[in-house]
Design a protein around this ligand. Structure first.
Ligand code: PNS
Length: 161
């Protein structure tokens, strides 16, 4: 089976992430979007909340599954018997970081985990989860960055802060 994992923090999922998910879902029989459960990162949304957002956003994509993982991506991929990781590239600034992760994963997995990069659609090239959170924290407009239901959840988080 032709399957891939799209790993990430997704804190929160943006329209840029969704664009990569939609495009990658057409390339693979199964796409597992998996949220990294990284206790070290001070996330706005819990892993469960991020998984639930991703599930809602991808409910019309039958070959997309949503999951979470902790530890190394190569170990998670081995458990799932998947050999491809998908990542989005927004700009040249992403490239160095992504290249390093991709090469590390390939080396650590003895060639069993390769990375496929999708260049982000131009309309989303400026987007990041961090900027969404910063804009929302100052009550700015994030309606062009995330789906409407996600915008509401993000604003709710800052209401309680
Ligand atoms: O959305 P992000 O935060 O850019 O995603 C980064 C992610 C989750 C893909 C990356 O940090 C990751 O795979 N972490 C798991 C730990 C791991 O496997 N590290 C080895 C590569 S250096």
């Amino acid at each position: 089976m032709n399957a891939a994992i799209y790993p990430g923090s997704f804190d929160p999922m943006t329209l840029g992430h969704l664009d990569v998910i939609q495009r990658a879902s057409k390339m693979f029989d199964t796409l597992i979007v998996s949220v990294l459960d990284n206790k070290a990162k001070n996330a706005l949304f819990s892993v469960e909340e991020r998984v639930s957002i991703l599930k809602e956003a991808t409910k019309d994509l039958p070959n997309v599954e949503v999951d979470s993982f902790n530890g190394l991506l190569i170990d998670y991929a081995r458990q799932k018997d998947i050999h491809i990781s998908v990542r989005g590239l927004r700009a040249i600034t992403d490239f160095e970081y992504e290249l390093q992760i991709a090469q590390t994963n390939r080396k650590l997995s003895n060639g069993n985990l390769d990375t496929v990069f999708l260049t982000t659609s131009l309309e989303y090239a400026y987007l990041s989860s961090s900027s969404v959170k910063e804009i929302a924290s100052f009550h700015g407009d994030i309606s062009q960055c995330v789906p409407d239901f996600v915008a509401e959840l993000v604003y709710d988080k800052f209401k309680n802060k």
